[in-house]
Design a protein around this ligand. Structure first.
Ligand SMILES: C[S@@+](CC[C@H](N)C(=O)[O-])C[C@H]1O[C@@H](n2cnc3c(N)ncnc32)[C@H](O)[C@@H]1O
Length: 207
């Protein structure tokens, strides 16, 4: 897909700055340290998770539709202690066989995927039975006043954030697509305006 100048050139640098904030590091570490076996990460961005995967995983395949992310992801790919295979493509149409991964990972990506329900179905397809989905996502707040801000800001924010929605009900979306959520923590990230800061971190299992 052809990308404009903002999406292909400017947005990757914004992702590098915003997603590289120190507050995310312990969250990334605690999430991806639980990965095992053959791992798929959707929406790799600048590769901010690559260095936190445990050395015991078999390999990491990471997919993102934005070729502008590749140069930054390449340098972190080279530093990673695990084999990382980069692929260009969308989570809604994964170019991988069914039941081919043990773990799938998504951090701050389901907010931006145009068709999140299709992506969640694709993740179920490529994961082996009993496989795990590790997620760290921001989304719709349970607080009404915050939700009003999220609903008001999203029409503008999604242009600045290359498709990012502030108001997706993340856990509900995951559960209604047939996943069993087995671990979950919801919280506001400190130091960030609440409309952008309601996070859900957890694990879901394919039955
Ligand atoms: C806010 S960035 C997060 C990047 C990275 N996951 C992180 O934690 O730093 C959102 C990412 O989702 C990617 N993305 C957007 N649409 C996607 C899709 N349909 N499938 C997979 N990734 C997608 C974007 O290209 C971008 O890299």
């Amino acid at each position: 897909m052809k990308r404009g100048w903002y999406s292909g050139r400017v947005f990757p640098r914004l992702v590098q700055w915003s997603m590289g904030q120190a507050g995310f590091i312990p969250l990334r570490q605690s999430l991806v340290s639980q990965a095992s076996g053959l791992v798929l990460e959707i929406g790799f961005g600048t590769g901010a998770n690559f260095s936190y995967y445990p050395s015991q995983i078999h390999s990491l395949t990471a997919i993102d539709p934005n070729p502008g992310m590749i140069p930054m992801a390449r340098s972190l790919q080279e530093e990673a202690v695990i084999p990382v295979h980069l692929a260009l493509g969308s989570a809604e149409a994964l170019p991988f066989p069914s039941s081919s991964f043990d773990t799938v990972v998504s951090t701050m990506t389901l907010c931006s995927v145009p068709l999140p329900s299709n992506a969640l179905q694709e993740l179920l397809r490529v994961l082996r039975p009993g496989g795990r989905f590790l997620f760290l996502e921001h989304g719709q707040s349970p607080d009404r006043s915050v939700r009003l801000w999220q609903d008001g800001l999203t029409p503008v924010w999604k242009h600045l954030g290359d498709g990012c929605h502030l108001n997706r009900p993340m856990v509900q979306m995951i559960q209604t697509q047939g996943w069993t959520v087995t671990a979950l923590e919801n919280f506001y990230l400190p130091g960030v305006p609440k409309a952008f800061a309601y996070f859900s971190q957890g694990m879901a299992v394919k039955a």
